[in-house]
Ligand binder design. Structure first.
Ligand SMILES: [Zn+2]
Length: 455
């Protein structure tokens, strides 16, 4: 699906007859979640839902499709992802043992982000977005790093997402790892992209948003935190950063005279409302309260925490604004949700449970609504037409009181027949991949060689 074809959604006039609609929110932006299941028809005009209900009469110029009782539901939202990590899939393990989280950063992710050139940034994002759309993910809050190819990197990711047809909230992970010169290039890339978005002012539903990106408090000097805060203020935009992913963040903050990383960020004016903090494994109840008071988001990345051995996040204490992210593992949000739920039950039922799973899942749509200013998560009249179409075959009844159990135990990426964004189909089962596999493999092999993982 090219950007041109995707834009053709603006002229869509479509009536989907005989669907089962699951949605999570009313279209009213002030309203809280209220998941519901209904049977009927769904009308699409341009990039929005134009009506729903039983037996809608076809209108002039409308394409009418009998959907034979398939389920449609809002596209999935990934609240914290790393498209730059896609070509690390299947990578050989480094020869040195990875005993700590710092080892994982210094032996895998930092060598990878230094190995990426502009073409690899684009191809990695393209392959990742292709994985995402096949899991029903239509929006990604991406956190990008490519230290040898910073300037313009967010345009490459935007281009890749646009080619697949997805929405993105982009930023560059500012760090002091490369010294002051490279730090300034990181800051410039964030500001350049935010200015580009501000100049664009698109009509209709925005395809892209931006945040001010930073890696983590422990790779940032105080001066850099101040400069990040300045950009947040200038663009009235939140920060997107890893926070307390493990004990390192707190240890380094203490070395610098701060009790913890959150207090350090707060002192530098970085708790801007709408900021996205990822992980929060090592946060106190007081920290959670601070995030709550500032209207900040805390994103749980349960599978990544398990894989990196950084500890178990206190999910029952997360603030009201909580959501789920895959942290670069993939963009399969159903997989993330169910693993988070299972992990919560592992040591005895709770602390996640159905209530927690529902809270986190619906949080992703609230994040999308607040960041994009559009009623994502709704499939009612006026909402953006971003939705997943499942197979005709459904094994068990779907009702209002069991929708979460379907997400936890029943829906799988292989059930997805099509995905729509802005009223246009961006994926249909059987579509050809967006890039030549041999070319992608050559690019991955080149990255791994630069990283010293293969000869
Ligand atoms: Zn991350």
């Amino acid at each position: 699906m090219s950007a041109k074809e995707s834009a053709a959604g603006a002229e869509n006039a479509l009536l989907l007859k005989n669907v089962v609609i699951l949605d999570y929110y009313p279209v009213d932006m002030e309203a809280g979640p209220s998941p519901q299941v209904m049977r009927g028809d769904l009308r699409i005009r341009g990039e929005r839902i134009a009506g729903r209900g039983p037996d809608l009469a076809p209108q002039d110029g409308e394409k009418v499709v009998d959907m034979q009782g398939v389920t449609v539901l809002p596209g999935n939202v990934n609240a914290h992802g790393h498209l730059y990590a896609t070509l690390a899939g299947g990578m050989p393990q480094p020869r040195v043992p990875l005993e700590t989280f710092t080892d994982i950063l210094t032996e895998i992710w930092w060598p990878l982000d230094r190995a990426l050139d502009h073409e690899a940034v684009y191809l990695s994002a393209l392959a990742g977005a292709w994985d995402a759309v096949r899991c029903g993910t239509t929006m990604i809050f991406d956190h990008h790093a490519s230290l040898a190819a910073v300037g313009g990197s967010l345009d490459r990711i935007e281009q890749a997402l646009e080619e697949i047809g997805l929405r993105g909230c982009l930023c560059y992970e500012t760090t002091d790892r490369g010294g002051k010169g490279q730090r300034d290039i990181c800051l410039e890339e964030n500001e350049r992209y935010l200015q580009k978005l501000a100049d664009r002012r698109p009509a209709g539903v925005p395809r892209f948003r931006g945040l001010v990106g930073a890696h983590a408090s422990f790779t940032l000097e105080d001066k850099t935190l101040q400069l990040l805060g300045d950009i947040c203020s200038r663009y009235d935009t939140g920060l997107h950063i890893h926070l307390a992913e493990g004990p390192t963040d707190r240890e380094v903050s203490r070395e610098r005279g701060w009790p913890d990383p959150l207090e350090r960020l707060e002192a530098n004016g970085l708790l801007h409302p709408g900021s996205v903090f990822a992980h929060g494994v090592d946060l106190s109840p007081l920290d959670m309260q601070t995030l709550e008071e500032h209207g900040c988001w805390l994103v749980h990345c349960g599978r990544s925490n398990m894989n990196n051995g950084v500890g178990r996040a206190p999910v029952d204490r997360f603030p009201e604004r909580c959501a789920l992210g895959t942290d670069g593992l993939d963009d399969n949000l159903w997989g993330e949700l169910r693993t988070t739920y299972f992990r919560g039950n592992e040591g005895g039922r709770g602390p996640m449970g159905h209530q927690g799973a529902e809270r986190f899942w619906l949080g992703n749509y609230r994040l999308a609504r607040e960041t994009f200013g559009e009623p994502f998560g709704s499939l009612d009249t006026g909402a953006p037409a971003d939705f997943i179409v499942l197979d005709t075959f459904r094994k068990t009844p779907l009702e209002e009181d069991n929708w979460l159990s379907h997400l936890l135990f029943c829906f799988h990426p292989w059930d997805i027949a099509a995905v729509y964004v802005s009223g246009a189909p961006v994926y249909r089962r059987g579509d050809a991949p967006p890039a030549d596999a041999a070319f992608l493999q050559d690019t991955a092999a080149r990255l791994w060689k630069t990283m010293g993982l293969v000869r």
